[in-house]
Design a binder for this molecule. Structure first.
Ligand code: NAG
Ligand code: NAG
Length: 485
């Protein structure tokens, strides 16, 4: 059985979704992970039956399964804790783990977070423990000469061909968990405006997510202060100074998700373990960049609910997906990119928004310079103390014309957009923009062949530099130097 036929139903079902949703970050990220898992399960055997849906449906299959715990690192992080290398027995954990909606701050200190830490230990660790040590993910290298207005996002071009040739997810580069660039001030403001209009539709924390939200905020702060030491600082664990916005944030009075909205123009979704089933649910987050769906319509749901519009999800994918979340280790975060071509630079397009039904291809007022290449660069990591799985999405727009001088990129994009031999790609064949987009990409391709940038007859395949392209660093550096002038 080839991957194509095996995954056909999922991608065919995607084909029936509105165009803009097809590149929707959450759905595709989950989809790709499952694709990789199933390939792995096929090789390693024992889950074959589960992958085929033969396993009996109990609904509680993961209730005794907990993620690998980082608790053994406690003594290394804080000398007040005695060394204890033993993980808590899963059956003991299952008996005294917090309820999903329980606030750890008011819970019995002897009870457990599903990460394997005791509530009392988490409380004793206090604010800003060494998350790098606890998570096994190092802090980023400092950018001493960083200037926000002279920094461009890296030119992500995550095209892959053939689609299933390589794994779509790779190890997260720990310097790039969060990536700030020249649209920072504008994007923070845009996102504040979106929140002002949509409120809980884009930012919400359900009961029981308190620890995950606090941990995410503190990890983001530690990252920002380490990566951009001249822009951000933390005073006495209580005051965060944002030099770019010229604002100070008193952390005592700040909601962690509001803090993220004010300081990090990226989206975050927190998935927490439901102790009844051991599966994960979307319990908190801030998501402004969503097209065809919104945080408000997905919050509280489990993975099958999030994938509601995808027929067959429950039968074909739920099991592998649950398994991935159940087991994902804290020290192995991953990253990947979802991409699309769009007219305009839309951030928040909630369900029912007129933009969703707009016929861009038939609109004579749309000009080539209105087309943007959009990338949702995504990371997925487990937070050490709460055990929450944190999705992070950052949205970048690049003018289409950028692709013209990027070797192989137009040919590769054209191949992926127009080739429909594989079921995996069927949905892209009907890309509404194709009549306008393809001739432009073809022109770029001819230009590259004519100028010797690309050899004639080059057979498109995933580039070694994926998610970038040959010479990307030179181009990126040059463009940033121009911004400095
Ligand atoms: C960056 O540009 C914005 C808008 O032009 C400006 O308000 C801000 O002061 C600049 N920041 C820095 C650090 O130069
Ligand atoms: C911040 O909190 C950590 C952990 O609770 C503690 O070790 C550290 O001394 C605190 N720093 C300040 C400046 O209070």
């Amino acid at each position: 059985m080839s991957l194509d036929t095996q995954h056909g139903p999922f991608f065919q079902s995607i084909a029936s979704l509105p165009l803009t949703l097809r590149f929707g970050s959450v759905l595709l990220l989950f989809g790709i992970i499952v694709q990789c898992l199933r390939a792995a399960y096929k090789r390693f055997g024992p889950d074959q039956d589960a992958a085929r849906g033969k396993r009996p449906e109990t609904g509680h299959e993961h209730s005794q399964t907990f993620p690998p715990s980082q608790r053994r690192l406690l003594a290394r992080v804080d000398p007040r804790f005695p060394p204890d290398k033993n993980d808590i027995d899963p059956s003991k954990l299952a008996k005294s783990v917090l309820a999903m909606d329980e606030d750890y701050r008011r819970a019995d200190p002897n009870s457990f977070v599903f990460s394997g830490f005791r509530v009392g230990e988490v409380l004793r660790l206090g604010d800003f423990p060494n998350y790098a040590e606890l998570s096994g993910v190092p802090l980023p290298e400092p950018l001493e000469d960083f200037g926000i207005n002279a920094t461009l996002p890296r030119p992500y071009r995550p095209f892959r061909w053939p689609y299933h040739q390589t794994m779509a997810i790779s190890r997260m580069e720990h310097d790039y968990w969060i990536e700030l660039e020249s649209t920072y001030l504008e994007m923070v403001q845009r996102r504040l405006d979106i929140f002002a209009e949509y409120g809980k539709g884009v930012l919400q924390a359900l009961p029981g997510s308190e620890l995950a939200c606090k941990e995410l905020m503190e990890m983001a702060i530690q990252f920002l202060c380490a990566r951009y030491p001249r822009q951000f600082s933390l005073e006495g664990n209580r005051t965060f100074v944002n030099g770019i916005r010229g604002k100070r944030f008193d952390l005592d009075g700040t909601d962690p998700l509001m803090f993220l909205l004010e300081n990090v123009p990226e989206d975050f979704a927190l998935m927490l373990r439901d102790p009844e089933t051991g599966s994960y649910r979307f319990r908190a987050g801030v998501i402004c960049a969503s097209t065809g769906w919104s945080l408000g319509s997905k919050i509280g749901l489990g993975l099958p609910g999030i994938h509601g519009p995808v027929p067959d999800y429950k039968e074909k994918m739920a099991m592998s997906m649950d398994r991935f979340f159940t087991k994902m280790p804290t020290d192995k975060p991953v990253q990947r990119g979802a991409w699309g071509f769009e007219v305009g630079q839309h951030v928040h397009v909630p369900p029912g928004h007129p933009e969703l039904s707009r016929d861009v291809a038939g609109d004579p007022s749309v000009r080539p310079e209105d087309i943007f290449f959009r990338v949702d660069w995504q990371t997925l990591r487990r937070l050490p103390l709460s055990g929450a799985v944190a999705f992070n999405f950052k949205l970048f727009f690049y003018p289409l014309a950028e692709l013209r001088d990027e070797p192989y990129v137009p040919s590769l994009a054209l191949k992926v957009v127009s080739d429909s031999k594989s079921n995996l790609l069927r949905y892209k064949k009907t890309l509404a923009l194709a009549p306008m987009l393809n001739p432009l990409l073809e022109e770029y391709e001819r230009h590259q062949v004519a100028t010797g940038m690309v050899e004639a007859g080059w057979e498109p395949r995933t580039l070694e530099e994926n998610p970038f392209f040959p010479g990307w660093q030179g181009k990126w550096t040059r463009q940033q130097a121009q911004l400095k002038q």
